[in-house]
Design a protein around this ligand. Structure first.
Ligand code: OAD
Length: 232
């Protein structure tokens, strides 16, 4: 392949669950996807949390347990290495598993939040909670139950984070989308900004997505294999 990311200085990596699939973290959609086994209305929305916080927290502890049992893969590591050697590049992820950071990436914008944080909306407190599958506490100092700091279905994205993402995408010279089904909005439409701004756009996925025809290069295959050619 003659395509090389080394030709670009302001790369935005836009990543989804397919990036962590080779580590063993299940994707959300497709066979074996999380939303095949769990109804998001019972596990991943604010009303489910209000109805049965224990059930929702148990589900997220299970997700933490899976993430902790998995290691970053070669694709995470290549992205991390490229971004640390290119101060104007940015990693923008929809993933909440933290594997990209564990691969050594410095700054990662987590559009959909993180399994490793909890928050209390009434107090505005955010609590980092790393290391073990179980949350170290399920309660805020104020006594209320903490909720995972994750953008669930029907939640809004954090506006300042979204602004930073849009700024970087508008100014990049290459946008590389890796392992996302392009089905969850507004994240899914972010690559369109790079397309309109004239950046080179590349997609890596096992299969075609609704946005594939719009990319300059839509590359089908495993993230780790294609990235080893794009970042050699
Ligand atoms: P999806 O599960 O919707 O899509 C994963 C994509 O990765 C699919 O298009 C697969 O074809 C592709 N894929 C799988 N293995 C791959 C591999 N080894 N190499 C390359 N591609 C591969 O995941 P997302 O698009 O990330 O929200 O889903 C978006 C959001 O929906 C998630 O952030 C999540 C979910 O509800 C939250 O967690 C808040």
């Amino acid at each position: 392949m003659s395509l090389s990311l080394r030709e670009y200085s302001r790369v935005v990596f836009f990543t989804g669950a397919g990036l962590s699939a080779e580590s063993g973290v299940p994707t959300y959609r497709g066979s074996g996807g999380i939303w095949d086994s769990y109804d998001y209305r019972d596990y991943a929305c604010q009303s489910a949390f209000e109805r049965d916080p224990g059930k929702v927290l148990d589900f997220h502890e299970e997700r933490r347990s899976v993430a902790l049992s998995c290691e970053p893969n070669d694709a995470h590591r290549r992205i991390a290495r490229f971004a640390s050697g290119s101060s104007s590049s940015l990693i923008l992820t929809q993933n909440i598993d933290g594997l990209q950071q564990r691969a050594g990436a410095g700054r990662v914008l987590e559009l959909h939040g993180s399994l490793w944080r909890l928050r209390c909306d009434p107090c505005g407190k955010v609590r980092e909670d790393l290391a073990s599958p179980q949350y170290s506490t399920r309660h805020c100092d104020c006594g209320r139950i903490l909720r995972p700091d994750i953008v669930w279905f029907e939640d809004l994205l954090d506006s300042s984070l979204l602004e930073s993402a849009i700024r970087a995408i508008s100014d990049c010279d290459c946008l590389l989308s890796v392992g996302t089904s392009a089905s969850v909005y507004p994240a899914a439409e972010l690559p369109l900004i790079a397309m309109q701004a004239g950046a080179t756009t590349i997609e890596i996925n096992l299969e075609e997505t609704p946005l594939s025809p719009l990319y300059h290069h839509s590359l089908q295959g495993k993230a780790s294999e294609i990235l080893s050619e794009l970042i050699s």
